[in-house]
Design a protein around this ligand. Structure first.
Ligand code: ABF
Length: 251
């Protein structure tokens, strides 16, 4: 029998090099300190550039508490984060009930509705958000908004079955998003393909429609071939935003 290769050393995140990075870390650390308690054993780890600071803070809670925990990833990136931090990797099939999921967001409004999916992972992110007793958002100050779409202007990310994308684009145009487009990979090498083998459409809607995100979510979700919409309504219990002056805004 061969010996398995040694696990990589836990990551040491480089010190934040900008105010934005420092804000992300501040939000992440504050959320972990408040929501990831010793009694929490099943933890969902989201995606994006703020989440590494979440994992960094969880690792800092120590091996003693973490050895009895399992961590469920929302995609390839968070799976790598969990494995590299030498935390125990689990699956939502094994753990359909999660104590706390912490994830990033593209924009969050005053009612804790948010846009997610700038990274194309929002289907799995929504599954882990829904499975969690407590779902918490972490972000820097640029994501703190009153009306969704005023800061994150590329539109609502919508994961769609490849076979149906042209028809869905047409229907989104009719629904009020004439500039909805298929998300393309860098250098226009082809469409972006999600972890689930689907395409992503980015659909900007007028402010009036974005003021009622739940209605818009249900209308988009009704379109045949839509797998999941990057609008998360009534899901988050709290949102943490790191600010440039070193303070944290909690919604
Ligand atoms: C994920 O990462 C996504 O839903 C969202 O698109 C993105 C935001 O991440 P960050 O701003 O932390 O990079 O959470």
């Amino acid at each position: 029998t061969s010996t398995p290769p040694p696990l990589a050393a836990p990551p040491k995140a480089p010190p934040p090099t900008s105010t934005v990075e420092a804000s992300k870390r501040l939000a992440a650390w504050t959320a972990v300190d408040r929501h990831i308690l010793p009694e929490h054993k099943v933890i969902g780890i989201g995606s994006g550039s703020t989440v590494p600071y979440v994992v960094e803070r969880i690792v800092a809670q120590g091996k003693k508490v973490n050895k009895d925990r399992v961590f469920i990833p929302t995609g390839f990136q968070s799976k790598e984060l969990i494995v590299n931090a030498q935390l125990l990797l689990g699956d939502v099939d094994q753990y359909p009930v999660i104590d706390v999921t912490i994830d990033g967001a593209d924009e969050v409004d005053h009612d804790l509705n948010c846009i997610k999916g700038g990274g194309g992972c929002h289907l799995r992110e929504k599954v882990l958000a829904e499975a969690a007793d407590t779902f918490v958002l972490v972000a820097d100050y640029r994501k703190n908004s009153s009306v969704l779409g005023t800061m994150f202007k590329q539109g609502i990310p919508i994961e769609v079955v490849p076979f149906a994308y042209t028809k869905i684009l047409q229907n989104l145009h009719l629904l009020g998003s004439p500039n909805a487009v298929l998300r393309m990979a860098k250098a226009k090498a082809g469409p972006v393909v999600s972890d689930n083998g689907n395409f992503i459409i980015d659909a900007p809607f007028p402010e009036e429609m974005m003021k009622d995100p739940y209605t818009l979510l249900t209308r988009i979700k009704m379109l045949t071939g839509v797998v999941e919409v990057g609008l998360f309504c009534h899901m988050a219990k709290a949102a943490y935003f790191g600010n440039q002056d070193g303070s944290v805004t909690i919604k």
